[in-house]
Design a protein around this ligand. Structure first.
Ligand code: 48N
Length: 313
């Protein structure tokens, strides 16, 4: 028996009142709907009010923004390094509130946009162990393995990261600045990020900008890659804020030098800011490795371990 209108909360009451006005009976939650999964011409959905759809989305999106204004870790960039870091950190420390900020609508970075033109993904051993942990199938070629489509890695790690309860991702959202404070020892410390919707961030010259949104966090992990409209964002911002003298600038391609340099160089580059992935090649001046992704995965995992070290001290 559907409860009477008077027994419903204002939120559930309004759609019911709207439904009655439009001649639709939308009973409150928990009531059996007259649905029919019949593919022979009589498929029936539960009835709905359009306002309910908007409210279901608005409530969750803006609650998430409100709640994550104070995060434990912000990961900037959802490419292969950022996503590998998010997976390892969120699984190892389910108590930490991890917020991923990704400028593109589509996450994945070079493992999605770049990796999709020639789709197989090469991963050098021992980084294949991360693929095994994720359950991503691959072909073993001896010194390296091949995932038959880069999207198989990216979609798998992304879906697992987003299924973890302590992770949220704001895509189509750009980090436009870093929050930098003096700590008790008067040392400069990164303490969060400033964000804006990317469409606004890319149009500051043509439109008035939104008031930037800030997210505070004791640890920021920057994984913004080596080029692109906003690539190496934090490395460049450290230079313009005087926290880094100059960029090292990424050197030419040398797979055997580049991959260990990125993994072993993954670290807290300034207090509060850990750098991972190809952004490090711009910060340190290490080589690029081209289309092999094992270092991104291992660097992301090392960045997660560095973050855990900070929280454990
Ligand atoms: O894939 P990327 O660019 O970066 P990584 O470090 O995760 O992986 C790098 C890898 O794809 C390679 O470049 C391969 C190995 N090739 C190497 C070579 O020699 O050519 O992902 C960075 C992500 C992207 O999705 C960007 O959209 C995003 O970061 N991003 C940002 N997100 C929010 N705010 C920003 N300011 C920002 N800048 C970049």
């Amino acid at each position: 028996m559907a409860p009477s209108v008077a027994q419903l909360t204002p939120e559930t009451q309004e759609p019911l009142l709207l439904a009655k006005k439009n001649g639709l009976s939308t009973p409150a939650n928990g009531t059996q709907y007259d649905v029919n999964e019949n593919y022979d011409g009589d498929y029936r959905f539960a009835p709905i009010e359009e306002a309910q759809v908007s409210r279901a989305m608005i409530k969750r999106y803006f609650n998430m923004m409100y709640e994550r204004a104070v995060s434990d870790v912000v990961i900037v960039g959802a490419g292969s390094a950022g996503l590998s870091c998010a997976y390892h950190l969120a699984k190892s420390r389910p108590d930490l509130k991890i917020t991923i900020i990704e400028a593109n609508v589509a996450p994945g970075g070079g493992a999605w946009l770049g990796g999709q033109l020639m789709t197989p993904m090469v991963v050098r051993k021992p980084a294949d162990r991360f693929l095994t942990e994720l359950g991503v199938p691959f072909e073993d070629e001896g010194a390296f393995v091949v995932v038959r489509h880069a999207a198989l890695f990216t979609a798998t790690v992304l879906s697992k990261v987003l299924a973890l309860p302590n992770v949220v991702m704001m895509n189509a959202t750009a980090v436009e600045d870093l929050i930098v404070r003096e700590d008790h020892a008067r040392a400069q410390r990164v303490a969060g990020v400033v964000t804006n919707w990317t469409l606004v961030a890319l149009n500051h010259d043509t439109q008035s900008c939104m008031d930037p949104n800030v997210i505070t966090a004791p640890v920021v992990i920057s994984a913004t890659g080596h080029d692109g409209p906003m690539g190496a964002f934090s490395a460049k911002r450290l230079v313009s804020t005087g926290l880094l003298k100059e960029l090292g600038n990424m050197r030419g391609l040398d797979m055997n030098r580049a991959e260990p340099a990125i993994v072993n160089g993954t670290r807290e580059v300034v207090p509060g800011l850990i750098m991972t992935g190809m952004e490090l090649s711009e910060h340190d001046g290490s080589n690029r490795m081209g289309p092999t992704f094992g270092a991104m995965m291992a660097s992301g995992i090392k960045a997660a371990k560095e973050a855990m070290r900070i929280f454990d001290t």
